[in-house]
Design a protein around this ligand. Sequence first.
Ligand SMILES: Nc1ncnc2c1ncn2[C@@H]1O[C@H](COP(=O)(O)OP(=O)(O)OP(=O)(O)O)[C@@H](O)[C@H]1O
Ligand SMILES: [Mg+2]
Length: 300
Amino acid sequence: MKVVSIINNKGGVGKTTLTANIGAEIANRNKRVLLIDLDPQTNLTFSFIKVDLWKSNFAKNRTIKFWFDLILDNKSSMVNFEDLIYRINNLDIIFSHTGLTDLDVDLASKFSNKLTKPTERQLKKYYVETYSYLRNELKKLKDRYDIVLIDCPPSFGMVTKNAIIASDYYLIPAKMDYLSTLGINQLRNRVCELVQIYNNYCTYLNEDIVEPKFLGVVATMVSIRNNELISAQKAFKDELIRSGIDMFKSMIRENKTIYAISPEYGIPVVLNNCNSGIYGEVKREWIELVNEFLIKVGVV
Ligand SMILES: Nc1ncnc2c1ncn2[C@@H]1O[C@H](COP(=O)(O)OP(=O)(O)OP(=O)(O)O)[C@@H](O)[C@H]1O
Ligand SMILES: [Mg+2]
């Protein structure tokens, strides 16, 4: 099983679209896929389920928020993480909830309340514990899935950190513009810092360390003319490559019409039945991206 977090603290860069389409295409290839929506915006959730069904069957006690709430109340033994999983067609998914917004604050206060006069060992133990919740649960599912994809919120809080610590890889979708490319190095540095501190503490506590590797940047919402990236975007892509950042060869083109209507029908673009014209071209992009993705993560 390979766990991959889709991260970028910049919003609207295509994280959710990437998670949904890569997940759906991999499941189409008869691989066992689990998607986890960690974003309180719940966009991945509602790319796969109608709001009414979610409200009646999941909102109360079958979302990732419910599970985190029980951890905060020290009642995590009351729910089995596996019970959060819902099967849609050929893939599994764990839904999110808008109330997840408060989690960062709640987890942070649980952390500080516990520690009035902590010893060094206690401090390190709570730190590792706080960032390991998801890691510990996913370890138990290692024989059940080939790929787990985690759609992260556009922030670098406790939830995203839990995802990174639980991951074998992290992937960064980015638009090819000035601010987006600037943010990539900062983001990678923050991941490295997190992993370094976490591993230091694990070593101190005699626990296994983690090694989430950078899978690469996927250029999203790009404009292609005459089969080439337009020059303004190419300059940013070239700059990233020059600075030593791994880029996926496959890119995802901008197409406002197709992507605007897609999740509304509960079908990611890649699962659309139409293969002709622009739909066919867009689907081929996803197929190529997934080919590359599976080679990079070593799942064949
Ligand atoms: N290739 C594309 N072409 C045009 N529009 C797209 C494309 N990919 C995604 N979009 C649209 O852009 C918006 C942002 O995409 P998405 O939700 O995947 O980004 P995100 O990084 O998950 O955002 P957030 O940070 O808010 O979670 C959505 O409305 C989506 O439908
Ligand atoms: Mg999103």
